[in-house]
Design a protein around this ligand. Structure first.
Ligand code: G6P
Ligand code: MG
Length: 218
């Protein structure tokens, strides 16, 4: 049976991680909370609601439900203003050719993202028809590191977790893939993503043949 591949979106397919960072930083600074790359790392892969909860807890702040909603919407508007300017040129290096190789060899591929903006982003970068299954923040109830998003993706692809390889740039996402019994590939810094089964700094660091001989987790 052909190995199935599941891709996170933000920070794996497209570099929206930098836009999330800018939008959260603006919001945090506005309410007097310090926000650097270090804090941002802990928000990668984490849902919008959980992200704001974390930021508030770092600054020992609480908000009314109304204010919480308002700030979350404001962050998303700022974020979408960046996203809307994206084109195919913003797909991360090596991603398109790797996806083409997988499709040519008939591997099932799915998207597994915490984002509620996933479909908007895919449209901007012209990848709307690339994935057989799209599991995003609109259909998942338990956020990464819970494996729900990836288990749903495997189910949609009609395959078992042990037959899946997951690409992730976040700590929470690697933990989710591992918890689901899938082989995890970190895209980013090896020290940060040390829980991943394999780690590469980007998609130019490996090629399709690597996955022909890969030792799967289960
Ligand atoms: C991804 C990103 C997170 C983001 C989350 C929700 O996992 O890595 O930084 O908070 O999606 O995204 P959304 O687009 O719904 O705010
Ligand atoms: Mg990500």
């Amino acid at each position: 049976k052909q190995t199935a591949f599941i891709f996170d979106l933000d920070g794996v397919i497209v570099d929206t991680a930098k836009f999330h960072f800018l939008a959260w930083q603006k919001l945090a600074n506005k309410i007097g909370i310090n926000f650097s790359e270090k804090e941002n790392e802990q928000l990668k892969g984490v849902s919008r609601v959980k992200s704001l909860e974390k930021i508030l807890s770092w600054g020992n702040k609480t908000l009314s439900d109304e204010e919480f909603q308002r700030l979350m919407n404001e962050k998303n508007q700022d974020y979408l203003n960046y996203v809307k300017q994206m084109t195919e040129a913003d797909i991360l290096p090596g991603v398109n050719s790797f996806l083409d190789d997988l499709k040519a060899k008939n591997h099932p591929i799915a998207l597994g993202s915490a984002s509620k903006n996933a479909k908007t982003i895919l449209k901007c970068v012209k990848l709307s028809d690339t994935f057989e299954a799209i599991i995003d923040g609109t259909v998942v109830s338990k956020a990464k590191p819970d494996p729900e998003v990836f288990l749903k993706a495997a189910q949609c692809l009609n395959t078992t977790p042990s037959n899946c390889i997951v690409f992730e740039d976040s700590i929470a996402g690697i933990q989710a893939a591992n918890a689901g019994g899938m082989t995890s590939i970190g895209i980013g810094d090896k020290n940060t993503l040390h829980e991943a089964d394999f780690c590469f700094s980007n998609f130019l660091q490996f090629d399709y043949p690597f996955f022909k001989n890969i030792k799967m987790k289960a």
